[in-house]
Structure formats: structure tokens, C-alpha cells
Design a protein around this ligand. Structure first.
Ligand SMILES: C[S@@+](CC[C@H](N)C(=O)[O-])C[C@H]1O[C@@H](n2cnc3c(N)ncnc32)[C@H](O)[C@@H]1O
Length: 256
């Protein structure tokens, strides 16, 4: 065993990783810490913290913890393609494509939004991933979205796992429809990340300008979906991984 510069024994990699696993597990169930994290998020939202991040020079509406989480998922799942609903300014599509490349996977990303903004189109076109990101403008629960997703998966997945990130409208009905639309198109081992499950934990009346809130949000949709779809289950090592996160309990895997 070697010594650190401060004189302590440095634990083996196995011991370190085992200790870290149990830290992650314990922290995921530290409810007091979770409540403190929510309070911090409420306070940070005064400064629109969720909108302050940039990826590859393009605004991304994702918290730093969740960016790391997506990296961990892509590294482990090795998805053949990524489907994301909700494009906004395009940053999360560049995140997916760049992480795929970094993890040794040929990037293939489909982004669906009901309104593809001009600057999102430009951001993608100007990026080095222009040929690997496809943008589709449609409601993500429409039959044309389902056709696009089916064709994209058929073209890129070669029977392998897919990562889907649902980050469009956060209303219960909409997210549930997205889940039901995409679920049959995925092979076992595929992962779905449902963004903004945090809505359920935020104070009553927090979302004054949006048609979602407590009792009507992505978390309630995932809960309803899991009740009727036993071939999917939650992955706590990811869904409880973030501290300042919008995705708590929102990561599910297709197991069969
Ligand atoms: C939270 S933003 C997406 C953020 C983006 N994923 C990122 O990380 O930068 C939500 C997006 O969902 C889109 N949207 C809202 N309702 C939708 C719908 N019914 N179908 C598809 N997209 C929708 C909005 O136009 C908006 O661009």
C-alpha cells in the first residue's frame, strides 16, 4: 500500500470504489440533505441558475450534477443512439453527441421539439457534430415523432441499447404519453432519463407560468408508467446520484 503526501495509507482502488458505492447509496437516502438541496435550488432559482450552464459554447438547460450523471450513464450503457425530446437552444444535443464521442461511441443524436429555434439549428449546424445530430420539429407525442424515433433507432442502434432523455413539456399526461410512445421501441438495457422530476418537490405554486406543478409533473408520470410496465425499473445509483439535480428518481432501465 502506498502513502499519500500527507502520510496516510492510500486505499486500493477496490476499497475506494466499494466505500464510494456505499457513500452514494447512503447519500441518496439522506432525506434531510435532499430537503436542504431543494431549498438551495429554490434560492438559486432567483438567479435562474438552471439556465447558466453552457456546453460546447451553446446554452444548455441542465444542472452541473445532471451533466455528470448523463456522462456516467453514457459511459456505462454505451448507447448506440440518443433520443432527446426538448431541444431549446441545442446545448443538450451537443452534450449527448460530444459525450458519445468521448466514450468511444459513434455519435447519433435525434432532437425533437415542437418549435426548433433558429439559433438551435445554427448551433447544431455550426458544430462539429452537424452530421450526427438530426433535428425534428413536431410534438414529441405525435405519430410523426414516433415514426421518426422508430426510424432513427432502426438506422443507428443495430439492436443495441438506446438512451432517451425526456425534457420537453413537463406535464404528467405529456410525459406519460412520451414514455408509452418510446417504451416499445427500446431493447432491454436501454435507459430513459426523465428530466424535471424535481417539480414534485418544489413549493406549491412555484411554477406560476407553466401548466405543471405538484401532482402533475414528470415524477407522477414515471410513477404511473412504472405501475403498468414491469419490464422497466428505477436505477437508484443514477436516479439518486445528483445532489443539486432535477432528475431525482427519474432514471429507469428496460430490463426485459
Ligand atoms: C427544458 S427545455 C429543453 C432543454 C434542453 N433539453 C436543454 O437541456 O438545453 C423544453 C423544450 O421543450 C419544448 N416543448 C414543449 N412542449 C413540447 C411538446 N409538446 N413537444 C415537443 N417539445 C416541446 C419547448 O419548446 C422547449 O424547447
Amino acid at each position: 500500500m502506498s502513502k499519500s503526501p500527507y502520510g496516510q495509507e492510500v486505499e486500493s482502488n477496490e476499497t475506494f470504489l466499494a466505500g464510494r458505492r456505499s457513500d452514494v447509496e447512503r447519500m441518496g437516502y439522506d432525506i434531510e440533505l435532499h430537503h436542504q438541496a431543494i431549498q438551495l435550488q429554490v434560492a438559486a432559482s432567483r438567479h435562474r441558475f438552471g439556465y447558466q450552464q453552457t456546453w460546447c459554447g451553446v446554452p444548455i438547460i441542465r444542472l452541473p450534477d445532471d451533466i455528470v450523471l448523463i456522462q456516467e450513464i453514457i459511459w456505462e450503457v454505451q448507447p448506440k443512439c440518443v433520443i432527446e425530446t426538448g431541444v431549446a437552444r441545442g446545448g443538450s444535443l451537443l452534450l449527448n453527441a460530444s459525450l458519445m464521442e468521448m466514450c468511444g461511441i459513434q455519435p447519433a443524436v435525434l432532437g425533437i421539439d415542437i418549435r426548433i429555434l433558429e439559433h438551435a439549428t445554427k448551433a447544431v449546424a455550426d458544430s462539429r457534430f452537424a452530421g450526427e445530430i438530426k433535428l425534428v420539429e413536431t410534438d414529441s407525442t405525435s405519430s410523426s415523432a414516433q415514426t421518426e424515433v422508430r426510424e432513427f433507432i432502426a438506422k443507428h442502434s443495430d439492436g443495441g441499447p438506446v438512451l432517451a432523455v425526456l425534457d420537453s413539456s413537463h406535464a404528467h399526461e405529456h410525459v406519460l404519453n412520451e414514455l408509452q410512445m418510446i417504451a416499445p421501441l427500446l431493447v432491454a438495457g436501454s435507459v430513459v432519463v426523465v428530466a424535471d422530476t424535481i417539480v414534485e418537490a418544489m413549493p406549491e405554486g412555484f411554477y406560476t407560468d407553466r401548466p405543471w406543478g405538484r401532482g402533475n409533473n414528470p415524477l407522477t408520470a414515471v410513477n404511473a408508467f412504472l405501475k403498468d410496465n414491469s419490464q422497466f425499473s428505477r436505477v437508484d445509483k443514477w436516479g439518486r446520484r445528483g445532489l443539486i439535480s432535477e432528475m431525482r428518481d427519474g432514471v429507469i432501465i428496460k430490463t426485459a
